[in-house]
Design a protein around this ligand. Structure first.
Ligand SMILES: [Zn+2]
Length: 92
């Protein structure tokens, strides 16, 4: 039984390594065939970093925060799990 688990884990490990190497090789081939594509990709990455992130507003306290840091539920946006739990604040 232990032997079977050992060989299965070896098999899975080899599969994972093969996939990683194949992906890297494919990426390298694509870069070699089309070097401009790589520069386009890097400029795209740069622009995505420098471009401002979409801001959203917490439905409880009204604070604005980056979309990636927001806690999202079906119809609402929250700044934290605590405010998601408290729900929409009733404004008077
Ligand atoms: Zn909040």
């Amino acid at each position: 039984m232990g032997k079977a688990i050992f060989w299965i884990s070896i098999f899975i490990g080899v599969l994972v390594i093969t996939r990683i190497l194949a992906r890297k090789a494919a990426q390298r081939d694509a870069d070699l065939k089309n070097p401009t594509a790589k520069t386009d990709q890097t400029t795209q990455q740069k622009s995505s970093i420098s471009s401002p992130e979409k801001m959203v507003r917490c439905d409880h306290c009204g604070v604005h925060l980056p979309y990636s840091e927001a806690t999202l539920t079906e119809n609402n946006v929250w700044c934290s799990a605590e405010h998601a739990r408290l729900g929409v604040k009733q404004r008077v």
